[in-house]
Write a protein that binds this ligand. Structure first.
Ligand SMILES: Nc1ncnc2c1ncn2[C@@H]1O[C@H](COP(=O)(O)OP(=O)(O)O)[C@@H](O)[C@H]1O
Ligand SMILES: O=P(O)(O)OC[C@H](O)CO
Length: 510
């Protein structure tokens, strides 16, 4: 019999990856393509959905060629995606009415502030588990329906778009739904992605009529919500389409949930933190939706067909790797890897703290108006101190979230699983272990996001039998244990809060 594999499309903020995995969870093929970032106004971030679909087709084709495989050898396809990013398209033509509004896009901040005035915060939190923020899809969908066509075609009234949405002529979706629609023709999303829209009731497991009314989103335009690993399949690829084969599309997870799944965090209390542009710390809380009193989100971790949904607590930190990118932008470093040598060239930051609140602060503060700051500089401050302060800021933001996580869940994490581009940095991993006083485990396969969605799709079609088989695939590359005395760690962390307050005050004083 010809060997079969599982394919995963990882549609991220900066680019699209396709990976092929074998039964041992090893990578058999890989292809990646970046896409353009559009910044039409300060704080606005857009992607072209047609470019994303074109790149998806290109990387799937290239990834199969890289693995030396025929499409027929792919037993199932999984999808994982940048979450919250939202678009609206014409059901018949498949043409988007506007660029996708990216999760980082802040254009609806004023709308979210109206909700604070009207005291709808607890109401939304109770239904969705989310802290009302421009980050999520609800106000992005509202904005597209209110603004898209008039911007492009002045002769159309805004209401035309609402009418067309009401009649089901227009469809709304996050990127998973957009890819599923293009691959299979069906309008489907998975529970994890639905849980990031701020339109989905995570307790009732249904689109929430009150929230749809609040944001003017007709139910007719919303996708059907399915388990993240679905034995009933989302559909098949078109045998006459670009792949020339009928492949089941069977799994989808938002990328942070996919990393949790790929790291085999299947049990209550298992936790991972992904260090990319931002950091996303998720803890599996089992079948219970744990409410947060400390600024975390309650979100859906995953669901398998016929099984109850699993929840997670999440700390979303908007800028971690982005702060390293900023160091590059201002020419303090030539590349991200250099941060390890520069930071270890000094014993401490010499009292310098850097708060990378470039696009406001996410968990646990949720302050959209905070701005980045550096405090504590003297005439003796050198570039090494600032680089070290940047790495420390990543570790401190994670500690803020880790402490909130422990307080909310009552579970003390003994080993935190880590992944993402920045964990290649051993200095950062050691620093993180020292600052949070927890062991850090870095797995062998670092593409945990793609792996997680492959697992979801593979389980759905019986490629992998059960979770135990997947657990065996998880092997540690390196563990980091706290080395410095706890008093030293606490002393370093002790002024972080003050620095964060400065970043927040800057906005309040405006
Ligand atoms: N050696 C390193 N040390 C610190 N940060 C790094 C290192 N290598 C990459 N990064 C950071 O990791 C991020 C990229 O990680 P990735 O997981 O690809 O992110 P994303 O999925 O958000 O695009 C970048 O922000 C980059 O600055
Ligand atoms: O595409 P990434 O890896 O930057 O992840 C983005 C997150 O899903 C946003 O919530």
């Amino acid at each position: 019999m010809t060997d079969t594999y599982v394919g995963a499309i990882d549609q991220g903020t900066t680019g699209t990856r396709f990976m092929v995995f074998d039964r041992d969870g090893q990578v058999a093929g890989n292809a990646y393509e970046k896409h353009e970032q559009f910044y039409p106004e300060p704080g606005w971030v857009e992607h072209d959905p047609l470019e994303i679909w074109a790149n998806t087709k290109a990387v799937v084709t290239a990834g199969l060629a890289d693995a030396g495989l025929e499409a027929e050898q792919v037993a199932a396809l999984g999808i994982t995606n940048q979450r919250e990013t939202t678009l609206v398209w014409d059901k018949d033509t498949g043409k988007p009415v506007h660029n996708a509004l990216v999760w980082q896009d802040r254009r609806t901040t004023d709308r979210v502030e109206e909700l604070q005035d009207e005291d709808k915060v607890e109401w939304i939190r109770g239904k969705t588990g989310l802290e009302p923020d421009a980050y999520f899809s609800a106000t992005k969908t509202e904005w597209i329906l209110d603004n898209a066509e008039p911007l492009k075609l002045q002769s159309h009234r805004a209401s035309d778009l609402h009418d067309r949405a009401e009649s089901g002529e227009l469809l709304m979706g996050t990127i998973d739904a957009w890819l599923i629609y293009n691959l299979t023709g069906n309008h489907i999303t998975d529970v994890t992605n639905a849980s990031r829209t701020m339109l989905y009731n995570v307790h009732e497991m249904a689109w929430d009529g009150d929230l749809l009314a609040e944001f003017g989103v007709p139910e007719a335009m919303l996708p059907e919500v399915r388990p993240s690993s679905d034995e009933n399949l989302y559909g098949h690829t078109d045998p006459d389409g670009f792949l020339g084969a009928e492949i089941p599309v069977a799994g989808a997870l938002g990328d942070q949930q996919a990393a949790l799944f790929g790291q085999t965090c299947f049990e209550e209390g298992d936790a991972k933190n992904t260090y990319g542009t931002g950091s996303f710390y998720l803890m599996n809380t089992g079948t219970e939706a744990v409410e947060s009193d400390h600024g975390l989100l309650t979100t859906i971790a995953f669901q398998r067909s016929g099984e109850p949904v699993r929840y997670a607590l999440e700390g979303s930190i908007f800028a971690t790797g982005a702060a390293i990118e900023w160091l590059e932008d201002v020419d303090l470093i030539n590349n991200a890897a250099q941060t390890a040598d520069l930071a270890s060239a000094v014993d401490s930051t010499d009292g310098v703290y850097l708060v990378p609140a470039f696009t406001g602060l996410g968990a646990p503060h949720w302050d959209g108006r905070a701005r980045g700051t550096i405090v504590g500089m003297t005439r003796g401050t050198r570039k090494e101190h600032i680089v070290r302060a940047t790495l420390e800021a990543i570790a401190y933001q994670t500690r803020d979230v880790a402490e909130a996580m422990e307080a909310d869940s009552g579970i003390e994490t003994t080993t935190l699983r880590v992944d993402g581009g920045a964990v290649k940095n051993d200095f950062l991993c050691q620093l993180q272990a020292d600052v949070i006083r927890t062991d850090i485990a870095r797995p062998e396969v670092d593409e945990t996001t793609a792996l997680g969605s492959a697992y979801a799709a593979g389980l759905a079609v019986g490629y992998w039998a059960d979770l135990d088989e997947l657990r065996e695939n998880w092997r540690v590359d390196r563990e980091f244990t706290p080395e410095i005395p706890v008093e030293d760690a606490d002393r370093m962390y002790s002024r972080w809060d003050d620095a964060v307050e400065r970043a927040r005050d800057w906005a309040r004083e405006e």
